[in-house]
Design a protein around this ligand. Structure first.
Ligand code: AMP
Ligand code: MG
Length: 490
């Protein structure tokens, strides 16, 4: 540990302003991170630190490691473990931060409020049988994928740092332990509302809803009542988010209700992954045996989760229960249409369509059907189209589709260079492909070599740019490699 007397954490630039702790105590418990033996920095996100107004260059490497390990609590922080519940693969459970603490809420130079959370910070009262810890591989994985999502313009929690704890954790095998510093709009989940609903305390429910509205939905149109508007706006954000996932081939892997943030950010990167070959049935998670969270199911699961959210806030929707239920149902039933609207907007962008024609949806769907049938690479197919190249595998169906698409483009009277330029902004050249992420983790965990990770991060930070030096990252895996699996031993 660094010498506490000589470390002035105020120089770092933290501006803590902790509002969640002003809510009822049933929502959290005060909980300091459990110190670790020998913390050392694995990676620090300098650009994110800077945008948060943090001056980490004032600190030695050891001081950074002590802060991001939770061995030193910065001034103004007020560490808590948050209570929540959740439907995990459909089964309701009372949960809570079992291996994370919210250090506090930091105000950025632009005045934005963000949660600073340490994940892997030791046991809390919500740990159940868990050790409260996290392994290095999965924390680096969350860092990579969340930063990739951010670069892809997808709302997400961010990753500020990963510290190796110098302590082993026991998973399938012994693994080096690590702590991730996560930055989020907030950690309020569908499951947070479910937790309060299970307590049957309408006062706390109302306080939590008002707090969340104030923090994430301050501009609701209140004509039909503020809480129905909250539900509708929350649903709209989730629909927009899931469309963004679908359009880059992102599979969350564990869309439990405790892993859906009310803010509309992607949260809790566990067994998530990007698909290579287009197939709606793609599942990577080893624990998702029935494919509940398969790529093609993500929209329906989002709707299911939103229905659980609506149930949780039912007493707020209307004082008459039947009326409240009809408000909830009426709202949730609109999900498929809202999703479809967002999906079409996104697909038009990916196909370079600047105006609307009735056949656009069919045009997009028939391309996807072709990709599925021919096991085409999702990312590279769109990227090839945006480079005015026909995807490699040439067959009659694709030639016919391509001709229809070209005719459609010709009708909109937008110059081709404009079309392709725009398409390239909506279809990345580079995603963190599983086989490349595995190389990074292998180097970092087995050989203590973070250089492979830095190279990957440089590529995924500019995902829409095509550069020869990054060709390595747009290569799909060899077709004969074993089917990729992500493990939840996180
Ligand atoms: P996750 O799969 O990360 O979304 O976690 C689901 C729940 O299990 C959350 O309540 C976590 O806090 C808890 N959890 C996961 N891993 C551990 C662990 N190693 N120790 C204690 N709690 C854990
Ligand atoms: Mg979770």
């Amino acid at each position: 540990m660094a010498d506490l007397n000589t470390l002035n954490t105020s120089e770092v630039g933290w501006r803590f302003d902790n509002s969640y702790v002003k809510l009822q105590k049933t929502l959290f418990s005060y909980q300091k991170p459990v110190p670790v033996r020998a913390p050392s920095m694995a990676i620090l996100n300098d650009r994110l630190a800077e945008s948060l107004g943090l001056n980490v260059s004032a600190l030695s490497n050891q001081e950074r490691a002590d802060i991001f390990a939770g061995n030193i609590i910065p001034e103004g922080a007020s560490p808590i473990a948050q209570a929540y519940a959740g439907h995990q693969f459909g089964n309701f459970t009372m949960l809570g931060d079992g291996r994370a603490v919210l250090i506090g809420e930091h105000l950025t130079p632009s005045g934005t409020r963000v949660d600073i959370q340490l994940k892997g910070s030791g046991q809390t009262q919500f740990s159940r049988r868990g050790d409260g810890r996290a392994a290095l591989g999965p924390m680096l994985r969350e860092y990579i994928i969340s930063e990739a999502m951010h670069a892809l313009n997808i709302p997400t929690t961010r990753s500020l740092a990963v510290v190796a704890t110098g302590e082993p954790v026991i998973r399938e095998a012994l693994q080096p332990g690590a702590i991730l510093t996560r930055v989020a709009a907030s950690h309020i989940r569908v499951g947070t509302f479910q937790y309060v609903a299970a307590l049957n305390d309408v006062l706390v429910l109302k306080a939590l809803a008002d707090y969340t509205i104030d923090r994430h939905y301050p501009e609701l149109d209140q004509t039909g009542g503020i809480y129905p508007a909250f539900l509708a706006a929350m649903m709209e954000r989730q629909a927009a988010l899931i469309v963004k996932w679908q359009q880059v081939g992102f599979i969350h892997g564990v869309m439990n209700t405790d892993n859906m943030a009310i803010s509309g950010e992607t949260i809790d990167y566990g067994p998530c992954a990007f698909m290579d070959i287009y197939d709606p049935e793609t599942v990577f998670s080893s624990i998702d045996r029935n494919g509940r969270y398969a790529y093609g199911n993500q929209p329906q699961i989002a709707q299911w989760n939103i229905a659980r959210f609506a149930e949780a806030i039912l007493p707020l929707l209307h004082s008459d229960q039947d009326h409240a239920i009809s408000i909830a149902e009426e709202t949730i039933n609109r999900f498929p249409d809202i999703f479809k609207q967002h999906w079409l907007i996104g697909m038009r962008a990916k196909l370079g369509l600047f105006n609307e024609e009735a056949e656009d949806s069919m045009l997009a769907e028939s391309l996807l059907a072709w990709m599925q049938e021919h096991q085409a690479d999702y990312t590279n197919t769109f990227r090839a189209l945006s480079a005015d190249k026909r995807p490699q595998l040439n067959d009659g169906v694709l030639i016919d589709w391509h001709a229809r698409w070209q005719a459609r483009l010709a009708r909109q009277e937008i110059p081709k260079y404009e079309v392709y330029r725009s398409m390239k902004l909506h279809s990345p050249a580079i995603i963190p492909r599983n086989h490349r992420v595995e190389e990074v983790l292998e180097a970092a965990v087995e050989r203590d070599d973070l250089s492979v990770m830095h190279r990957l991060l440089a590529a995924i930070n500019n995902p829409f740019e095509e550069r020869d030096e990054y060709d390595y990252y747009s290569l799909p895996p060899a077709k004969n490699v074993q089917k990729y699996q992500t493990y939840c031993g996180t």
